[in-house]
Design a protein around this ligand. Sequence first.
Ligand SMILES: [Zn+2]
Length: 242
Amino acid sequence: MSGRWAASVVLLAVAMAAGCTPPGMVTCAPPAPRRDAFVYKPLEAPRPRPARIEASPPLALEIPRTRLEPPAPPAEAGWAPEADERPWRWIVIHHSATDTGSAAAFDAFHRGARQWDELGYHFVIGNGGGSADGHVEVGSRWPKQKWGAHCRVGDNEEYNYFGIGICLVGNFDNRRPGEAQMAALARLVDYLSHRYKILDAHIIGHGTVGDTRCPGRMFPMNDLLARVRRLRAAREALGRAG
Ligand SMILES: [Zn+2]
């Protein structure tokens, strides 16, 4: 026996002892990976992070505020008096019984023909003839918180001393006041009644207590009170919301 043949026999015996079938029949173990099977994979570059998505601001809901929020007229700032306030408890509505007019025109009339100290009303609301339609003019008495000269009833000065006099330019025996005047009047009355805690029953026309048709047969007092109540409800709703 040659040495080469003997080595083959030894190898076969070792293989069979290890539980393997002889070579050439079935391989007994998974082939070892070839060294050259390893493929170098370069490190992947870090993937860019997805761009951060900015949270979009919440949609601004277009809530119609007009029903809730009375537009603040610039004049309102001028309605707060400078002097110590009188304990007002009445609001008395008048008409001028003229087609046109203004605070200045009535002031001249009251000082001249009537020989009064100055314009008797505290506020005048124009109708477009002599002063702008719906414009609230503050009379000279108001900043001083001076008693009014617009509603004496006999010898009773209650409504002059404690009543705020508001005159609308126009003659409402003939027609109703316009929308701008009514809207301005309602705002003013709401402002004043809120400021001085004046009862609705104390918001009156001149003729309610005096012997006169002022503020005119066609003046819509119920409409005024309804407007004031709507403004008050809107203000109070806003107060609760805020
Ligand atoms: Zn009057």
